[in-house]
Design a protein around this ligand. Structure first.
Ligand SMILES: [Zn+2]
Length: 44
C-alpha cells in the first residue's frame, strides 16, 4: 500500500525538491496536470 502511493507520487516537490507527500491533480483543458508538494510547501 505504501509502496503504491510512493510510486504514484514519486519525483520531487515542485517547490523545494524534497520528497513529495501531497499530490494535487486538476484538469486543464484536455490535459490532466499533477503537482506535487512536500508537507512544508503544501501548507504555505
Ligand atoms: Zn517542498
Amino acid at each position: 500500500m505504501y509502496d503504491a502511493i510512493k510510486q504514484c507520487v514519486g519525483g520531487a516537490c515542485m517547490t523545494c525538491g524534497e520528497i513529495p507527500t501531497k499530490m494535487i491533480s486538476y484538469d486543464v483543458g484536455d490535459a490532466k496536470l499533477i503537482e506535487k508538494y512536500c508537507d512544508r510547501c503544501f501548507n504555505k
